[in-house]
Design a protein around this ligand. Structure first.
Ligand SMILES: [Zn+2]
Length: 270
């Protein structure tokens, strides 16, 4: 990297830091500063590393460490692949679906994919028996998506009962005003024998989930923070299986793919 590029990067980071300080206060600015410093250190450290320590199952990248991500008021180290931008949830779901979920290999029909992400779309493209349907509350998120797509509100889905075989709902429920209503809709449209794969961001250390009452701009407009201790109460409309990393990965794999215990897949059926 040239000196001019470094200077430009520092100037840009300084502007963003000031903006965060003015708009959101010290906690937000501190999170951004930590994010910038951690990734700058990582760039240097990665060049000095002799052999890779981590690997991304989504794209095959291998390297010293995944990047730190900025979550508004806190940072998560070792989260983002610098090559495909996959996060912990994408790595876990990729390994689970492609290596450890034989049922998924044989399932056919419509696959409803909320807030479409390329890492999940790539898995769906590899399953010729599945017909992907992409959907999002925000039209701009699906306007340029390849294939079938429609705008939707999860609380009122314009789909017939028992009409989809697979549902992917990753880090979406926290954006839905009434998530219980949304889950009831997922159950309604899921056909018997099908499966909904649900993941949410957990606030580790929280004893109870907390409703914010409105979208919180400090954490990506989430309506609530989910505690890992009570989230499952919301899944009672389904039969479900809780899949933790240790259920299908060895300690060495958990370390190599950097998948923390905050990552949980809920495989829901009816
Ligand atoms: Zn990757």
């Amino acid at each position: 990297m040239r000196v001019a590029d470094v200077a430009r990067g520092m100037a840009r980071a300084g502007k963003i830091l000031l903006h965060r300080l003015r708009r959101s206060g010290v906690v937000s600015a501190r999170a951004y500063a930590r994010y910038v410093v951690a990734n700058a250190y990582l760039r240097v450290r990665s060049r000095l590393a002799r052999r890779p320590r981590v690997a991304c199952p989504c794209c095959g990248w291998r390297g010293y460490e995944f990047r730190t991500i900025d979550c508004g008021t806190f940072t998560v180290p070792g989260a983002e692949c610098p090559h495909c931008r996959g996060h912990e949830r994408h790595r876990m779901l990729h390994i689970y679906l492609t290596r450890h979920c034989p049922v998924f290999r044989h399932i056919t029909g419509a696959a409803l994919h909320f807030a479409p992400e390329e890492h999940v779309s790539a898995i769906l493209r590899d399953r010729p028996g599945l017909r992907a349907i992409h959907t999002d509350y925000a039209i701009e998120m699906i306007r340029h998506h390849r294939g079938t797509a429609f705008q939707s509100d999860m609380q009122h889905l314009a789909l017939a009962d028992d009409s989809v075989s697979v549902i992917f709902c990753l880090h979406v429920l926290e954006h839905v005003p009434d998530d219980r209503r949304g889950l009831a809709e997922l159950r309604r449209v899921l056909r018997p024998g099908g499966a909904a794969y649900i993941m949410v961001p957990f606030m580790m250390g929280w004893e109870k989930s907390v409703e914010f009452g409105a979208p919180d701009p400090e954490i990506y407009d989430h309506y609530r923070g989910y505690s890992p201790l009570d989230f499952e109460e919301r899944l009672e409309v389904f039969s479900y299986e809780r899949i933790d990393p240790k259920d299908f990965l060895s300690p060495e794999e958990i370390d190599r793919y950097r998948i923390p215990r905050s990552q949980v897949i809920f495989r829901c059926t009816k």
